[in-house]
Design a protein around this ligand. Structure first.
Ligand SMILES: Cc1ncc(COP(=O)(O)O)c(C=O)c1O
Length: 414
C-alpha cells in the first residue's frame, strides 16, 4: 500500500537526490581518479596476505585496534606524514575516518554552531562550502591569487572581524594543490598564515587532500608540521587515500592533538570506519606507496598536459588558466559573456559534464565565468574529444571561442 513519508520529514532535510544515471560520455566532474593507475594487482595481493594473517580480527568492532582505526595503518601514516609533509605525530594523534568528508563533518560538529564565522578560500571545495552552509555558518571568503590564499586579505578579514567582536571558529585552507584553483601555498605564506592565526587565536583547519599528487613530487611542509615546530598546536590536519589510491575505498584520516582527538572520538559514534579497506591499505602502502604515487603522478600529469593542449587548441585565448602543478583538476576562466552554470546545462545535453564555478566559490558573480574540469578520470582520447565538444557547445551558446577547430568538431557527438 502506498505510504508517504513526506509529512513526517524533519524540516531541515535537504532536497531529494536524483537517481544515479551513470557517467556521461565526457565526464569532467567529480574527484575521480585514473582507472589505469589503480593498483589492482597490488591491492589483491595485499588483501590476500592480510586476510590470511589477521582475518579473524574482523570478528571484533575496530579489529584489535580500538576506535581510532587499524594500528598498522596509523603507523604507516606516522612515517608517511613525517617523510612527505614534515609532520611529527604519534598514532594516538591520528583518527582514521570514512573518507576525509567525515573529517570535515566531525570538525564542524565539534566547533561550528549556527551563526559562527568561518574563513575559507574564496574559491573552495564545494563539499566544504555546502557543509558549512548546512551547519548555518557565516562564511567569509578570502581572496586568492596565483600563489594561493592572499595573506594581506586574510589579515584584513581577521582584523575586521576582531573590530566587530567576532571570533572565527577556524580558517579552512587547502594549501597544497588547492581545489579548485590548483595553487600551492609557498613556505613564506605558510609561515605568515600561521603567524596571523596564532596572533588572532584562530585555529587552522588544513585539508591536504591532493598533497600526494604534486607532479614534481616536491611540496612545502604541511601547516600542521610548521605550527608544531613553532610550538603552536592550533592546526587540525585532514588527508585522504581517495586521490592517492582510490576514492571508492572511503578512507581518510585526521591529525590533531589529543585534546581534539578525544573530543572527536566522542562524536564519531559509528563503531569504526570500514576495517577491510584499512587492513588492505596498510598492507599495500607499507611497501608500495611511494612507487605507486610516482607512477600515478606521472600518468595524471600526462593527462593534465593533454587537457592543456586540447584547451589551447580548441579555445585558444578564450580560455585562461594556469598549467596544473598537481592534482586532478584544471580551473579555467572563459570570457565575460559566458555563464558556466548555463554552459553546464547545455553541455549536459551533449553528454559533457563539468563543474560550474558558481558551485566552487563564495565570490558571487565573479565565479560565473569559471569552471572546473577533472582530467584524471577520462582517457586521453575522451579529454581531446570532450574538450572539442565543449568548445562547440560554448560557441553555439555564447559565441566563444569565436573559431572552433573543424577537425575536432567533426569528431564531437553533436
Ligand atoms: C579538498 C577536498 N577535501 C575533501 C574531499 C573529500 O574526499 P574523501 O572524502 O574522498 O577523502 C575532497 C574530495 O574531492 C576534496 O576535494
Amino acid at each position: 500500500m502506498a505510504f508517504s513519508f513526506a509529512p513526517l520529514l524533519r524540516k531541515d532535510v535537504p532536497a531529494p537526490s536524483a537517481r544515479y544515471a551513470g557517467f556521461p560520455p565526457y565526464n569532467f566532474t567529480g574527484g575521480n581518479n585514473d582507472p589505469q593507475s589503480t593498483p589492482v594487482e597490488g591491492l589483491r595481493a595485499a588483501a590476500d596476505a592480510v586476510l590470511a594473517r589477521e582475518g579473524r580480527t574482523l570478528a571484533t568492532y575496530g579489529l584489535n585496534s580500538g576506535p581510532q582505526g587499524y594500528v598498522p595503518l596509523r603507523e604507516f601514516l606516522v612515517r608517511k606524514l613525517k617523510a612527505d609533509a614534515g609532520i611529527a605525530c604519534n598514532t594516538d594523534e591520528i583518527l582514521i575516518t570514512s573518507g576525509s568528508l567525515q573529517g570535515l563533518d566531525l570538525v564542524n560538529a565539534l566547533l561550528v554552531e549556527p551563526g559562527d564565522t568561518v574563513l575559507i578560500e574564496e574559491d573552495c571545495y564545494a563539499g566544504s562550502i555546502s557543509r558549512l552552509q548546512r551547519v548555518g555558518a557565516r562564511i567569509v571568503g578570502i581572496q586568492m591569487d596565483k600563489a594561493g590564499l592572499r595573506i594581506d586579505a586574510l589579515g584584513a578579514a581577521l582584523d575586521r572581524l576582531k573590530r566587530e567582536g567576532v571570533k572565527p571558529k577556524y580558517i579552512y585552507t587547502i594549501p597544497t594543490v588547492q581545489n579548485p584553483t590548483g595553487t600551492v601555498l609557498d613556505l613564506a605564506r605558510r609561515h605568515e598564515l600561521l603567524r596571523l592565526a596564532a596572533a588572532h587565536g584562530c585555529p587552522v583547519f588544513e585539508d591536504d587532500c591532493y598533497a600526494d599528487l604534486v607532479f614534481s613530487r616536491a611540496r612545502p611542509p604541511a601547516l600542521f608540521a610548521l605550527a608544531r615546530e613553532g610550538g603552536w598546536d592550533g592546526v587540525i590536519h585532514i588527508g585522504s587515500f581517495s586521490k592517492s589510491i582510490a576514492p571508492a575505498l572511503r578512507v581518510g584520516f585526521l591529525v590533531a592533538n589529543w585534546q581534539v582527538i578525544s573530543r572527536l572520538l566522542a562524536l564519531k559514534n559509528d563503531a569504526g570506519s570500514g576495517a577491510l579497506e584499512q587492513m588492505v591499505l596498510a598492507e599495500f602502502c607499507n611497501t608500495h606507496f611511494d612507487a605507486h604515487i610516482a607512477a600515478l603522478s606521472k600518468a595524471v600529469g600526462r593527462k593534465a598536459d593533454v587537457m592543456v593542449e586540447a584547451l589551447a587548441e580548441q579555445f585558444g585565448t578564450a580560455a585562461e588558466f594556469e598549467r596544473p602543478v598537481g592534482g586532478i583538476f584544471l580551473w579555467l576562466r572563459l570570457p565575460e559573456s559566458v555563464d558556466t552554470s548555463r554552459l553546464a546545462v547545455a553541455a549536459a545535453a551533449e553528454g559533457i559534464s563539468l563543474n560550474p564555478g558558481a558551485e566552487w566559490s563564495v565570490a558571487g558573480d565573479r565565479a560565473k565565468r569559471w569552471l572546473r574540469l577533472c582530467f584524471a578520470n577520462p582517457s586521453e582520447a575522451v579529454i581531446r574529444d570532450g574538450v572539442a565538444a565543449l568548445a562547440a557547445v560554448c560557441h553555439k551558446e555564447f559565441g566563444v571561442p569565436q573559431r572552433i577547430s573543424n577537425v575536432r568538431q567533426a569528431r564531437s557527438p553533436e
